[in-house]
Design a protein around this ligand. Structure first.
Ligand code: ATR
Length: 280
């Protein structure tokens, strides 16, 4: 990183803890690549300090921040404005401060999910058929909203705890249905997309064991888990002849709108970035 000047643009990620976040490596790569006079910092912020932090950061010259666990919902009432998609997802992951220090909250996770699919599988289209989303947590919320905004005709949320899927379907509204994991076999033949948003399959977690024998003749399978990069679900899908997209691109694409807003440069999401983040 070259030396910062007094005019350096500042941004960062707030979380508690924040040391696991890949965002500093990701934005740091872009700052180096575009030779930008700026810095992106990991900012550990305890929940009790969240309000003070949102007041102090713009006063210190911060252009904006990413927000990670456990603050994604708690920052919402502290924002002066929220985008429609942030309200529907019920969480904020990207904040931009205006000249007056007011916080404007957005959620780019659903967009990041969709842009990853569009880049990795250009011929796939959300509007071509129903999507199946496994899981009903925070990640599922963003994925379902991203799919609806991209024109998916219907989305089935399947979850171990069916009540959670039902409440998510109700919150989001539109052509969203809830079910249990057991519904997968019946829904799969017509699916245009199968997306895992649960933590199953992540290194250290139990595997996601699903039967894909009733697979559609075509269709895409994706996993938001990216450690390992190729999960058992993706191996399983490939063995069934289905096209797959790994989850790392969602992380990369969700970061792009914030970087552009804070540092004034539209960043490239490409193999060079993937390699830099994987190496971090
Ligand atoms: P996030 O906000 O990252 O999505 P979360 O809110 O903890 O995380 O949600 C995790 C998802 O993984 C949930 O859908 C959860 O199912 P439940 O709602 O039934 O808890 C799912 N999940 C986690 N462990 C699971 C397991 N062993 N079997 C099936 N689903 C599991």
């Amino acid at each position: 990183m070259s030396a910062l000047t007094g005019k350096a643009a500042l941004a960062g990620v707030i979380g508690w803890p924040v040391s696991h976040s890949k965002s500093p490596a990701l934005h740091g790569h872009w700052l180096d690549r575009y030779d930008i006079d700026g810095a992106y910092l990991p900012l550990p912020v305890a929940p009790k300090d969240l309000g003070d932090c949102l007041i102090a950061l713009p006063k210190l010259g911060f252009k904006g921040i990413n927000v990670t666990i456990p603050h994604k919902e708690a920052v919402m009432p502290l924002c002066a404005t929220l985008t429609d998609r942030a309200k529907r997802i019920g969480a904020v992951n990207t904040i931009t401060f205006d000249e007056d220090g007011k916080a404007h909250g957005d959620n780019t996770d659903g967009l990041g999910f969709m842009n990853n699919l569009h880049q990795s599988a250009p011929s796939w289209m959300a509007k071509a058929g129903p999507a199946i989303v496994l899981g009903a947590g925070g990640a599922a919320r963003a994925v379902v909203v991203g799919l609806l905004d991209a024109g998916a005709p219907s989305v089935h949320i399947l979850n171990r705890t069916v009540e959670r899927a039902e409440s998510l379907a109700k919150h989001i509204g539109g052509p969203v249905k809830a079910g249990s994991m057991d519904d997968l076999t019946d829904l799969l033949p017509d699916a245009n997309l199968l997306a895992n948003t649960t933590s199953l399959g992540m290194t250290g977690q139990p595997p996601l064991d699903v039967d894909l024998d009733s697979k559609p003749s075509h269709g895409l399978v994706t996993d938001i888990v990216y450690a390992p990069l190729k999960t058992d679900l993706l191996h399983n899908a490939e063995a069934h002849g289905l096209e797959t997209v790994d989850g790392l691109g969602m992380l990369l694409h969700q970061a792009a709108p914030g970087f552009e807003a804070w540092f004034g440069q539209k960043p490239a999401v490409d193999d060079e970035l993937r390699d830099a983040v994987l190496a971090a």
